[in-house]
Design a protein. Structure first.
Length: 123
């Protein structure tokens, strides 16, 4: 049995360039569910998945925004190998994310990915 793929999320797997955000906004797709918005663009199988998290000041103080970013990044990190094919994903936190625990955020995240048909089908 092959060794499982590591569940790390190094910095090079994060979207940082403004041109990448613009490309995803213009060419990508979008789904809204619960406490987050998911924008994505599918990539060729040879490229790794990448993620970005957006939190606005409307969410609250820097501490609150940082916690929201950590929760969303952790959801992506744990489920990055469940994606049907590599994708660039932007996760936008909505105001309802503040105060939620990880289980509730993960549930909204997985439901949004199912709506977007980004998850592998399981038997």
């Amino acid at each position: 049995m092959p060794a499982p793929a590591p569940l790390t999320l190094p910095r090079e797997r994060r979207i940082k360039q403004g041109r990448d955000f613009a490309r995803l906004k213009s060419k990508g797709q979008r789904v809204v569910h619960g406490c987050l918005i998911v924008n994505w663009l599918e990539l060729p199988p040879s490229r790794p998945s990448r993620v970005a998290v957006i939190t606005t000041r409307k969410l609250g103080s820097a501490v609150v925004r940082s916690r929201c970013r950590r929760l969303l990044r952790e959801c992506f990190r744990l489920h990055q190998h469940d994606l049907r094919q590599p994708s660039e994903v932007i996760l936008v936190a909505r105001a309802s994310l503040t105060g939620k625990n990880f289980v509730d955020v993960e549930k909204d995240y997985l439901t949004a990915l199912r709506q977007a048909k980004l998850l592998k089908t399981t038997a």
